[in-house]
Ligand binder design. Structure first.
Ligand SMILES: NC(=O)c1ccc[n+]([C@@H]2O[C@H](COP(=O)([O-])OP(=O)(O)OC[C@H]3O[C@@H](n4cnc5c(N)ncnc54)[C@H](O)[C@@H]3O)[C@@H](O)[C@H]2O)c1
Length: 396
């Protein structure tokens, strides 16, 4: 059993608490912090939480608390992490870790200096489908991963602070690109250095300074590409999709909207349908168990087990810092309209990883380029001569 101090009573605080208290779990939110005592009391009443406070330091220093979960706006993460680390408590922080890599690195250094457990709450690498796909990739099912495409688009966030660049650190890239970047990084290999980023971003719809659209490519040292696509103006709900292309296979993942549950209602379903759903009539895409589908349940199982077993979770502050560094490079590329290097003053992965080259031998003289069964029943074999480089074809 882990007893938790929860900082923040917004959308993510609610999702986290429902996931933590779900089913027969014994993990409990022990104290909840909110600026507003009424809001804290309401939240505590709804979720059966024994204590409330309007003071962050009181929450993190509560002697009955083992771990602190940070579910506050992005500009408040660093202060909360420093307070929890000073209190000597395990710290679990939502995404993005910082508004930029400098903040994220300071947070990583603070938890490491304090010697406290740290977890980066990147739920979307824990969705059941992603965990299954990652296991398949690790077992070699798709060969070398060449290209991962990850998309998160919805009609825009639900609170004022997201739209204010100063508080959030940016627009759709830092808010949602952070998920896509870490999903791709997991498939490509977290020990492979992200080298540079090319990114387009624009503010196409909303009267804000931050970007509401972006498409970016993150190039890794082995040549693999992690592509992210984000929008705060997509109509029709929340679109969460990933594609993994490998030398020996392909995986397509659909996490929301088209998950296999489709429902039509002429009269309308009253109330909430699914996160960011835009309508409650017509064709609807409800989700069987949102907390499970979004990865929160598996994420907390991993992170809280890791605290109890004193081992590292799947995602920690080092990962959050790498993601922030990639996001920073994406913003640099948007400004310069060039590939921008990923600046990593701290790198703990492999060095000098060679470029992916999955060449297949055909015979002593040739490499195989392609083999294809044709409509007439023959098989065409396209070859490259090893010495001369000449490309030829044979029919078998
Ligand atoms: N999938 C995910 O992992 C996911 C999803 C949503 C949000 N988030 C992250 O969670 C964090 C919070 O987002 P949210 O969606 O819950 O936002 P929200 O606006 O719904 O809730 C934010 C909470 O912080 C409180 N707050 C706002 N300003 C404050 C201040 N100055 N001092 C103290 N408290 C303040 C609000 O009252 C509210 O309780 C963000 O970092 C966001 O990126 C993660």
């Amino acid at each position: 059993m882990v007893r938790i101090a929860l900082l923040g009573t917004g959308l993510i605080g609610r999702f986290y608490t429902e996931s933590l208290h779900g089913k027969r779990s014994s993990d409990r939110v022990h104290v909840v912090y909110s600026r507003d005592s009424n809001r804290a009391a309401d939240f505590a009443g709804q979720h059966n939480i024994p204590k409330t406070t309007t003071n962050i330091h009181e929450a993190v220093n509560d002697p009955d608390v083992d771990a602190v979960i940070i579910g506050l706006p992005n500009n408040l993460h660093e202060e909360a992490v420093l307070a929890a680390a000073a209190a000597g408590k395990a710290v679990l922080c939502t995404k993005p870790l910082g508004r930029n890599a400098a903040e994220a690195l300071r947070m990583l250094q603070a938890v490491e200096a304090a010697g406290v457990f740290h977890g980066y709450l990147e739920d979307l690498v824990y969705t059941p489908k992603t965990l299954k796909a990652l296991a398949s990739v690790k077992s070699g099912a798709v060969g070398d991963v060449l290209w991962v495409r990850s998309r998160e688009t919805h009609p825009g966030p639900h609170s004022d602070w997201f739209w204010d660049k100063e508080q959030s650190g940016g627009g759709a890239i830092v808010d949602m690109g952070c998920h896509c970047i870490e999903i791709a990084r997991n498939f490509i290999g977290k020990d492979i250095r992200p080298v540079e980023v090319m990114c387009w971003a624009d503010t196409l719809v909303h009267p804000i300074e931050a970007e509401d659209h972006a498409v970016g490519m993150v190039k890794y040292e082995n040549g693999a590409i992690g592509q992210f696509e984000v929008s705060w103006a997509f109509r029709g709900g929340m679109d969460l999709r990933d594609e993994v292309a490998g030398t020996e296979g392909t995986i397509w993942l659909n996490h929301w909207l088209r998950t296999g549950m489709e429902m039509f209602s002429a009269g309308g379903q009253s109330g909430y349908v699914a996160e960011k759903a835009e309508s409650n009539t017509g064709w609807l895409f409800p989700v069987g168990d949102e907390a499970v589908a979004l990865g929160y349940v598996d994420m907390f199982a991993d992170v809280l087990n890791a605290i109890e077993q004193q081992k590292a979770p799947l995602e920690d502050f080092y990962d959050g810092y790498i993601v922030n560094a990639i996001v920073d490079a994406a913003y640099a590329s948007v400004s310069s309209r060039q590939w921008a290097p990923v600046d990593l003053p701290v790198w703990r992965g492999r060095e000098g990883v060679p470029k992916i080259g999955a060449h297949r031998e055909y015979d002593a003289d040739h490499l195989l380029i392609k083999e294809e069964k044709m409509p007439d029943g023959t098989t065409k074999i396209i070859l490259r001569h090893k010495q001369t480089g000449k490309i030829s074809q044979r029919t078998a």
